[in-house]
Design a protein around this ligand. Sequence first.
Ligand SMILES: [Cu+2]
Length: 123
Amino acid sequence: MRRIILLMTVGAVVVVSTLFVVSVAGAHKHPTAAMAQKHPTRKVMIQNFSFKPAHITIKRGTKVRWINKDSTAHTATANNGRSFDSGRLRPGQRYTHTFKSAGKKPYHCEIHPDMRASVVVKR
Ligand SMILES: [Cu+2]
């Protein structure tokens, strides 16, 4: 009788640990969780009349968030005039854009045209 109980206990432990390993492996492969890890949002500060960092390289599908840390308004506007445009960002405001196509995306501030920067999007 004791031997049967022992065998059943060992069997239960094996089943439970197998299920645990399978569920952990499954969670690791979860596609949305993996995507979120792969493409964290990149931040660009607008400070002292410049974009910091001025040049970033990201993977396609990554979000870029501009945050205006200055005490005056700025914009982040694609040089081609249509890829993205934050509009007027007042102090403390932010703008987020998701880059879906690869290539170099130069941009500037509409209010201060000397403020120039770029985003390079890799496949
Ligand atoms: Cu500006």
